[in-house]
Design a protein around this ligand. Structure first.
Ligand SMILES: [Zn+2]
Length: 397
C-alpha cells in the first residue's frame, strides 16, 4: 500500500468527494485577488494535515523547497492568509463538509453500524487579554474582577459509526450559552445532511430539557440524553425502581463488565410532550473493581433499540470529547489564534474539522481496505511529512 502524499489526498477527495468544485469556488470575498483562492485554501488544508496550521507555519511551508510537493502553485505570506480568511464564506465550507459526509454515507463508509448519531457539545477555545472580535467573551474572577477574554463554541460530530467525523461548529455570541448555540447547530446540521441521514442525537445532562428533546424530535431524530439530578423526580424514580431489581442484561465490553437496567414506562415531567420516558442505567465495572455509573433517558422504543444498542449510543457521546475536542486541541491547535478576527477564527476552526474528517475517511476507510491494519494518525502524519522530500508532482486535478 503506497503512503499518503498531498497529490494522492487531493486526487482522492476531488475524484470521490467532489472537493475540486469547492476548492475552485469556495466563496472568496476578496475584491482583487492576486493569489487564487484554491492555492490559499489547499495550502491551509495541507498545513492542518501536517499539524502545522498556524499562518506563519503555512508561510514557511509554501516558501520552502517542499512547496511543489505540497501541490501549492506559489509562495505567499501569512498576511495573505489573514486577508483571505477574513473574507471567506463559512457557510460554503460548512456545506462542502456536510457534502463530504453525505457522499461518505452513499459510499457505505458507515455500513458497519445500524444507527448513526449526532453529538453536539461545547468547549472553550482561545483566551486573549483584550477583546478583538465578536466572539470574545469576558472572563471574571470570583470578585467580579475582569481576568481576560476567551472564545467558546459548540461542535457537532457524527458518532456511533466506528468513525467520528466532526463536521460543523457554532461559536457562542457574547452573552449566549452553549445550549442556545447547539440548537442552531443541530438545526443546521440536519438541514445540511438531509432528512433520515442520522438516527439519534446524543448529549450530556444539560440537554435533558423539554425544548431540546422536542427540537430533536421535530428534526426527525430520537433523543438520547444523560439523566442527572437536574431532573430530580425522574432521577429519583429511576433510582428507586432499579435499586432492588436484577439487571436487565449483562455485557462484557473488552475487559469491563457492564450491567444494564432498562425500563420504558417512566412518567414524563411537566413540560415534556412524550407519552413516557425510557431510562437506562449502567454501572460499568473495570477489572480493578472501579465502577462508573450513569443514567440516560430516551424516546427510542424498546422494540426498535435493545438495551445494549442504547448503551452504545450513550457511550458514543464521548466521541465528541475524545475524537472531537481533544484531537482538535492537541494536534491541531484549536486554541491557537492564527489571526484575531471573527470570520478568520471561524474559518480556521471549520478547516480543522474539515481536515480531521478528510484524514479519517482517507486513513480509516480508503487506506484500510482489504486486510491492512489500521494506520494510526501519527503514522499517517509522519508518512505525509516524509513524502514532502519526494520529487514534485504535476497537479492534474
Ligand atoms: Zn476574539
Amino acid at each position: 500500500m503506497s503512503g499518503p502524499t498531498p497529490k494522492r489526498l487531493k486526487q482522492f477527495f476531488c475524484r470521490r468527494f467532489g472537493l475540486g468544485s469547492y476548492l475552485r469556488d469556495p466563496g472568496d470575498g476578496r475584491l482583487r485577488p492576486q493569489i487564487p483562492a484554491e492555492t490559499l485554501l489547499w495550502a491551509e488544508m495541507m498545513g492542518e494535515f501536517l499539524r502545522e496550521g498556524s499562518f506563519h507555519a503555512v508561510e514557511a511551508l509554501v516558501r520552502s523547497p517542499a512547496r511543489r510537493a505540497l501541490g501549492v502553485q506559489s509562495g505567499f505570506g501569512d498576511d495573505a492568509l489573514a486577508y483571505f480568511t477574513e473574507r471567506l464564506d463559512p457557510q460554503r465550507m460548512r456545506q462542502a463538509l456536510a457534502s463530504v459526509l453525505r457522499q461518505a454515507k452513499r459510499k457505505k463508509a458507515f455500513e458497519s453500524t445500524r444507527f448513526i448519531g449526532l453529538a453536539p457539545d461545547g468547549t472553550r477555545a482561545a483566551r486573549c487579554r483584550a477583546p478583538s472580535c465578536g466572539f470574545c467573551h469576558p472572563v471574571y474572577g470570583t470578585d467580579r474582577k475582569l481576568l481576560g477574554y476567551r472564545h467558546a463554541l459548540s461542535m457537532i460530530s457524527l458518532v456511533g459509526a466506528d468513525l467520528s467525523l466532526p463536521f460543523d461548529l457554532e461559536p457562542y455570541k457574547v452573552g449566549e450559552s452553549e445550549y442556545t448555540a447547539s440548537q442552531r447547530l443541530l438545526k443546521r446540521a440536519v438541514e445540511h445532511l438531509g432528512p433520515r441521514f442520522a438516527h439519534y442525537a446524543v448529549a450530556d445532562g444539560e440537554y435533558a430539557t423539554a425544548p431540546w428533546l422536542h427540537l430533536v424530535g421535530e428534526l426527525g431524530l430520537h433523543a438520547v440524553a444523560r439523566l442527572k439530578g437536574n431532573l430530580p423526580e425522574l432521577y429519583a424514580a429511576a433510582q428507586l425502581r432499579f435499586v432492588d431489581t436484577p439487571p436487565t442484561r449483562i455485557l462484557h465490553e473488552g475487559r469491563d463488565r457492564v450491567e444494564l437496567w432498562d425500563a420504558d414506562d417512566f412518567d414524563p415531567w411537566e413540560n415534556l410532550r412524550w407519552p413516557s420516558v425510557r431510562v437506562l442505567r449502567y454501572p460499568q465495572y473495570e477489572p480493578d473493581g472501579t465502577a462508573l455509573e450513569a443514567y440516560w433517558l430516551t424516546d427510542w422504543p424498546t422494540a426498535q433499540v435493545s438495551s445494549p444498542a442504547l448503551y452504545r449510543m450513550a457511550k458514543s457521546r464521548w466521541e465528541i470529547e475524545n475524537q472531537g475536542f481533544n484531537e482538535a486541541k492537541t494536534f491541531h491547535a484549536l486554541e491557537h489564534i492564527a489571526h484575531h478576527h471573527a470570520n478568520s477564527l471561524l474559518i480556521r476552526w471549520l478547516l480543522i474539522l474539515f481536515v480531521l474528517t478528510m484524514e479519517r475517511l482517507y486513513r480509516l476507510r480508503y487506506l484500510h481496505r482489504g486486510t491492512h491494519p489500521r494506520r494510526t494518525a501519527i503514522e499517517f502524519v509522519r508518512a505525509l511529512r516524509l513524502s514532502l522530500g519526494a520529487p514534485p508532482f504535476a497537479d492534474t486535478s
